[in-house]
Ligand binder design. Sequence first.
Ligand code: ATP
Length: 292
Amino acid sequence: MKKTLILQAPAKINVGLWVKSKRPDGYHDLASIMQTISLADIITINESTEHGIRITCDHPLVPTDSTNLVHRAATLFLDQMSIVPALTIHIEKKIPVAAGLAGGSTDAAAVLTGLARLYDKSLSPADLMKMGSLIGSDVPFVIHGGLAVAEGRGEKLSFHEPPRPPLVVVIAIPSGVGVSTKWAYENYHPGNNEAKERTFNMLLDAYRARNLDVLRKLVFNDLESVTLHRYPEVLRIKERLAATEEGVVLMSGSGPSVFGLFADKRSAMKAVRTLDGLPVDVFIEHTAKKHF
Ligand code: ATP
């Protein structure tokens, strides 16, 4: 009988992003605190009678050809396991596209873990993360999920327990704006790192201790200088969400999504009301645990 798998593919936010330097291979050396959140795409994998990998997606901006990261992940997995491709994969997109929330990477991660289950392959999380690193820098983290400090290109990961109880996460994205991660990095010119190193080292402790007052003073995302300059609507959202001074507000990844971390729903909703009248998509989520 042909098998079907339905999987959650959760998004991430960067609770701090330090772009240290540009590397000779064109990538950047960075340090970031990565946190899984509850907002998730839904991936349905079906074994098929037809040869090949067929992708469908309910979002008009997501390609369904071999450039889709899901297609790349499935091809890589089947190649490495010497399995003849015969699959259909549907992506139900809940995570906004090109928003700095690792939407494509998490879909790819779900497919790698899903195919290991579907074909009963006993691959460890480390095996899957190694495979994921061939698809993209964020993929190893989203395979594991939870809370991690990512270094190097994003592939050197040290995992930690996420804050307990979970924080409420408000995601706000200006309608119709997508930011290319490549463009943002190309336009960022790393500078003096000394002060940032000290600040970054204190970030994780403040975050894990749920100390939002300290975190608010420390947190930074180097790519804000690029994206907020080009898209003032992102800056406006950031200023509004931060106006209540109860949360920690920052752009995620290369943007344009802005997130606010709040201790409880009441303070999150108070901040959400400050966005009234702005053309913005809002999601109210929470920080989430690891998958394994
Ligand atoms: P990151 O935070 O990892 O930089 P992002 O969240 O900013 O990524 P994505 O949502 O992954 O960006 O989309 C970036 C581009 O990747 C899209 O414009 C789309 O063309 C392409 N893409 C390929 N596969 C997918 C997928 N499964 N879901 C979304 N976009 C995809």
